[in-house]
Design a protein around this ligand. Structure first.
Ligand code: PEP
Ligand code: MG
Length: 596
């Protein structure tokens, strides 16, 4: 499997450009897994009665591990052929090895200890036994044992791959298989120059993070993390979707030119900070920011946002052993609201599930996580958790201009149930004499096609809509937003998506409520004129995207935006919509069109 490459030669890897910019620096490669040692595994006593449950968990972890190995095998097979992929057969055999499994059972029975502890001990012994054999071939199988049993252990512990990001000491380009939200939460953002991932797409969380940090990013680079080494010099081109390892002097010169042009544009953008987001013919749009933590408030202000259109609250919950208490949540929401007052801050209630798992809820593996136990569906079942958040939001609304919205609403029922809980929380707070805002404005995200179709009914019951195009596109087109293999099918400009957005906005306006767009589409220069033409009242995007969005709006005439929308609504084909959008951007902001 190892390839011979000249370590000093320029090598180009091509993926999907998901965040603009270019940077050069050394690579920091995030290994796909980091080993969990037996000493790191929690040990606790179990009773005879607990044994069945422990065995069930072991079986579940073994099944999951097998599925993961099959998937890896498949991937390797597609890339390098079936022969190479056979190396995983040894690992599959290990998972069925009676010696290993009997040892686990014996340890659990005799020592009365939990399954992960018993498994870690048995796996270690098993690997040691192979490592001490005299036959070289068999000795090398120890690595397979370790690899396979590590996977089982991680599945038992329900943890992702822990990586020690504190090893990044100098600003580096991060090359990772994929970054989980938990990992991104651990990064020291000042030491990351750009992000390159094997997996991922436009709307994966690595991409969203990169855009919100203003870092260049390229996803879908296939197996790049296995083809590069930590410390190698690289150039990451977030415009064209390339990672260039060992860039030649002429490549560096070419990129230098491009970066200089961009700096000239950045100066122009900075001058617009205080200017209103209004078209040449005077149509005013609200420009808000998407944030994921209170630490981003400075960025919001620096980029001239008129408030927060989407505060993703998941990040308070991720990577923790306990749920954040009401007080901690209140403090986080209050701080953001107070610092941005009088501008509004729209807090979105918890949107976990899908690709964002938290340790505190018992999430069994699902075949289709994005179609499964997610967001409002979890909150309506885990009511205590939801109430805690609702109370914290209601209290923060007494201090600042806080509004709230529910994610993933698919119809009236969920909205009614959530509102009933909200009402109960208000009554509790009133009884307790705690300050809160009784008339807080409540909106919903429109990100499930059924909600867009039912927009007229929903519009009667809420104060605003915010269209989550990241999910709306994935659910409308049945295209997984994280799967790089089908990234070319993920088309926000698809006529079906445009029609749902139009339907939503029309229903909102018929009921005198406003509609924002807070998916990535709102910060995409190509899509901004189209959204304006469709009648969006607010665009909410990563703070660093906002200056470009404003630049476009201020150079646009509403009439031409409407013409584009009209064209898209009558179009039968997404390609022609894209071409029209490109033509308009080319006319309005050629400097930005060049970067697309
Ligand atoms: C969306 O779906 O467009 C959205 C803004 O929500 P998230 O990306 O957090 O799912
Ligand atoms: Mg969403």
């Amino acid at each position: 499997m190892s390839e011979t490459v000249d370590e000093t030669q320029e090598r180009i890897f091509t993926g999907i450009p998901v965040s603009h910019g270019a940077c050069t620096g050394p690579l920091f490669v995030v290994p796909e897994t980091a080993p969990t040692r037996p000493g790191d595994v929690p040990q606790y006593a179990i009773s005879e009665a607990d044994l069945t449950e422990q065995v069930r968990r072991l079986e579940e972890a073994l099944i999951k591990t097998r599925e993961q190995i099959y998937a890896l095998q498949q991937k390797l097979g597609d890339q390098l052929g079936a022969d190479e992929a056979r190396i995983f057969d040894a690992q599959l055999l290990i998972l069925d090895d009676p010696t290993l499994l009997e040892e686990v059972m014996r340890t659990m029975r005799t020592k009365k200890v939990n399954v992960e502890y018993a498994f870690a001990q048995a796996a270690d012994k098993f690997a040691e036994a192979f490592a001490s054999l005299s036959d070289q071939y068999l000795r090398e199988r120890a690595a397979d044992v370790r690899d396979a049993t590590q996977r089982v252990l991680k599945n038992l512990l329900q943890e992702g791959e822990p990586v020690d990001f504190s090893r990044i000491k100098t600003p580096s380009i991060l090359a990772a298989y994929d970054l989980t939200p938990t990992q991104t939460a651990q990064l020291d953002k000042n030491l990351i120059l750009g992000i390159a991932t094997d997996q991922g797409s436009q709307t994966s969380h690595s991409a969203i993070l990169a855009r919100s940090l203003g870092l260049p990013a390229v996803t879908g680079l296939k197996d790049v993390t296995r083809r590069v080494r930590a410390g190698q010099q690289a150039l990451l081109d977030g415009y064209n979707g390339q990672l260039i390892v060992n860039p030649s002097p002429s490549t560096l010169f070419e990129y230098g030119q491009r970066i200089r042009k961009r700096r000239v544009l950045d100066v122009k953008l900075a001058e617009l900070r205080e200017a209103p987001a209004a078209t040449l013919d005077g149509a005013r749009v609200t420009l808000s920011a998407n944030i994921e933590s209170k630490d981003e408030v400075e960025e919001v202000i620096r980029n001239g946002a008129e408030g927060v259109g989407l505060f993703r609250t998941e990040y308070l919950f991720l990577g923790r052993r306990r749920l954040p208490a009401e007080e901690e949540q209140y403090e986080a929401y209050r701080e953001v609201a107070e610092r941005l007052r009088p501008h509004p801050v729209i807090i979105r209630t918890l949107d976990i599930g899908g690709d964002k798992m938290i340790a505190v809820h018992d999430a069994a593996p699902e075949h289709n996580p994005f179609l499964g136990w997610r967001a409002i569906r979890i909150c309506l079942q885990e009511r205590d958790m939801f109430r805690t958040q609702l109370r914290a939001i209601l209290r923060a609304a007494a201090v600042g201009n806080v509004k709230m919205m529910y994610p993933m609403i698919s119809g009236i029922d969920e909205l009614n149930q959530a509102n009933a809980l909200l009402q109960e929380c208000k009554e509790e707070l009133r009884d307790e004499g705690v300050a809160f805002r009784p008339d807080i404005e409540v909106g919903i995200m429109i990100e499930v096609p059924s909600a867009a179709i039912q927009a007229p009914a929903l519009a009667k019951r809420v104060s605003f809509f915010s269209i989550g195009t990241n999910d709306l596109v994935q659910y409308t087109l049945a295209v997984d937003r994280l799967n790089p293999r089908i990234a070319h099918l993920y088309e926000p400009h698809h006529p079906a998506v445009i029609q749902l957005i139009h339907r939503t906005i029309r229903a909102a306006h018929a009921h005198d409520i406003w509609t924002g767009v807070c998916g990535e589409m709102a910060g995409d220069p190509l899509m901004v004129p189209l959204l304006l033409g469709l009648g969006a009242d607010e665009l909410s995007a990563a703070p660093r995207r906002l200056p470009e969005v404003k630049y476009i709006i201020r150079r646009l005439r509403m009439e031409e935006a409407r013409q584009l929308a009209h064209f898209a609504l009558s179009s039968e084909n997404s390609q022609e919509v894209l071409e029209r959008a490109q033509l308009l951007l080319q006319r309005v902001a050629p400097e930005l069109a060049e970067e697309e």
